[in-house]
Structure formats: C-alpha cells, structure tokens
Ligand binder design. Sequence first.
Ligand SMILES: [Zn+2]
Ligand SMILES: [Zn+2]
Length: 183
Amino acid sequence: MPEDNFIGLRPYGQIDLDILEVLVKELRQLFPFPIVILEACAPPDFAYDRGRQQYLAKAILNDLVKNAPQGCKRIAGLTDVDLFLPILTFVYGEAMLPGQAAVVSTYRLSGKNSENPVPFEMLAKRVVKEVVHELGHTFNLVHCDNKDCVMSFAHELDHIDKKAVRFCRYCSVLFSDALGQGL
Ligand SMILES: [Zn+2]
Ligand SMILES: [Zn+2]
C-alpha cells in the first residue's frame, strides 16, 4: 500500500485493466495525489434492486467508504452494471458532494446496452471524463454551466464525447480552493 492521501480505484467485478491504466495516467495529470488501483471486489449484488433490475448507486458509495483502505483520500468505484438513483432512470455515475466516494459505470458508456458498442479509445475517454466529473463532486464542485467543462452535467453520450477531460478555469479555481481547505 502506498503512503497516505492517495486516490484509490476500486473495480467491482471484471473491469478491463487497460481502462484502469488509462484512468491512472489521466487522473495523475489532474489530481495532485497518487492514483492506486485497489484489489477488485465481487460484483455489487448487494445494490441490486429487483423491481428496477438496476443497481442503486448510493449503496455502492456506502460500500466503497466502508471498505476503503487506510489513508485513501478518495475512492472511485468502477462497475459494468447499470446504476440508478430513485429519482432518475439511470446514471453514468454518482458521488458524495463532498465526500470520500464516487462510482462510475461502463454499462451505458460502452454502448453494450445498445446496438452500438463503441471502440476502446472512445470508451476509455468517456470513463475518464465521468470519473473526473464524479471525483470533482467529492471535492465539492457542483455542475458547471460551461458545456465544455468536465463538470457540466451530461444527459447524453454525445455531450460526454464533446466536453473536455478537464475542469474549466472557474472550476479549477474552486478545485484549488477545496484543496486549500483540506477537503
Ligand atoms: Zn454530476
Ligand atoms: Zn466548469
């Protein structure tokens, strides 16, 4: 295990190692913390909702916190199951605002649920953007009106593909403030 204050990536079930490696590389550019791939957990059956046949994102956030290793400043879960919140039909990801945990699903980002599975490069970019977005929330960043900013709220895959991987200047300042406050 590394020193304190690292960001851990927790796969639930089988997550493509190449995706995790791209994530580590990209997150290192944006977050001033070591990025560590943690041991994989079993698929998140505990979060399954029979009625909706989807997985409750909040239950996964709680599980991430409960099982976070010592010194883990933030923990981001990766899963390939379809996530939901009670008020929404689905979510690409979810996070504590602010808090320790975030989760992102490849289920819809991969297009495997549709007729259009996407190439690896495209999937990897989408996953990176969603993980950066959700981690942004854990540092108390809210949704940004700038459509190019990674913190803009994307309802559609097309928007995810168009927006940047990075925080806009405004969100970068908020992020620096959050770090300054020890968040
Ligand atoms: Zn968001
Ligand atoms: Zn922004």
